[in-house]
Design a protein around this ligand. Structure first.
Ligand code: ASP
Length: 332
């Protein structure tokens, strides 16, 4: 370990990057710890003075919001001791954990770089080592400071607000459809030419209640039936993934409006990219109709991220006006 290298903490949480298959190459489960992950990365010791922490050993679908809140607290606790943090985890929920961290970590927090792998170490051409090396380079890079959490995958750097897992198996599984990557890594060089104009963390992890609100997602399809009250029993909020720029079948509007009398309802486009309209159409079930009748807009956030933001806003007891403002700010 060379003393003047940037100090990077590697926190491992399982996922494919840490998964080992059975002898026949199938049935992989997360097993590898930080030492084994780092042993697969040639040259890591020249990039950063690395220390490690094994935080979870899960397929990423088993991570909870409470786990991410605890992770944010860990990052705060280590703030003074490290220059950057790398988090390795499963790719299935990486767009969500990174977005939650973006909402929970303030400007004082060191850069947190999340990565994973699509091919486990038992397959031909595993991508974990290359992703981990690129993530280490970004976490150690001075130009990553102050940008908040970042996702590094396939040598691209993405913002949590926009990044999505877009492919089930490709090693180039992540993209940011609305913006593209903000930077990249080539050889040992970290380039981040596009920095976000602003970033607005929402709340400190310690301020959250032990019981987090429950927010559901409903995806509207052709000929969808009206929602019934029992569809939202026990929910504190609802995200509705709607057609295109903010549209639903006219036959279901009343049922959505009925739900807004009890819990906040936020609509997000189901298209995977773009921002909702506000005033292009006025037919029953149009964006104008829904907005006028109390449905809130997720703007350019997709439904998955809108759900997380709504959970934290409800946890913070935000009033409707604040919820509206925060969704607008998340898009701007
Ligand atoms: N099922 C894995 C996960 O933990 C998939 C992956 O890591 O790519 O998310």
């Amino acid at each position: 370990m060379i003393p003047h290298l940037p100090r990077v903490l590697v926190v491992t949480m399982g996922g494919t990057i840490a998964s080992v298959p059975a002898a026949d190459g199938r049935d992989a489960v997360p097993r590898l710890g930080p030492a084994e992950l780092l042993a697969s990365v040639p040259g890591a010791e020249h990039v950063a003075a690395v220390r490690t922490e094994s935080f979870r050993q899960y397929p990423s679908g088993d991570l909870s919001i409470a786990d991410v809140v605890e992770l944010a607290q860990l990052v705060h606790k280590r703030s003074g001791e490290v220059d950057g943090v790398v988090v390795t985890q499963g790719t299935d929920t990486l767009e969500e954990t990174s977005f939650l961290l973006d909402l929970l970590l303030d400007a004082e927090a060191p850069p947190v770089v999340l990565t994973g792998a699509m091919r486990n170490p038992g397959l031909a051409g595993p991508d974990g080592p290359a992703n981990l090396l690129a993530a280490l380079r970004v976490a150690a890079a001075p130009q990553a400071r102050g940008l908040g959490p970042l996702v590094v995958f396939a040598d691209e750097i993405h913002l949590p607000r926009f990044v999505r897992k877009l492919h089930s198996s490709s090693v180039h599984a992540f993209g940011s459809p609305n913006t593209g990557p903000v930077g990249w890594v080539t050889e040992d060089r970290v380039r981040i030419p596009l920095v976000p104009r602003h970033r607005e963390p929402l709340c400190a992890p310690a301020s959250l209640p032990a019981r987090l609100p429950s927010v559901g997602i409903v995806r509207i399809g052709l000929g969808a039936d009206p929602l019934r009250p029992e569809h939202v029993t026990g929910l504190d909020g609802l995200v509705v993934e709607v057609f295109g720029g903010g549209h639903v079948p006219s036959a279901i509007v009343d049922s959505l409006v009925q739900i807004t009398t009890r819990i906040p309802v936020v609509m997000a486009t189901r298209t995977g990219a773009g921002e909702l309209y506000e005033s292009t159409y006025a037919f029953p079930g149009s964006e104008r109709d829904l907005l006028d009748r109390g449905i809130l807009s997720a703007g350019a956030l997709d439904g998955t991220k809108a759900r997380l933001l709504l959970i934290l806003l409800i946890a913070a007891e935000a009033r409707t006006e604040v919820i509206r403002e925060r969704f607008t700010a998340a898009t701007a």
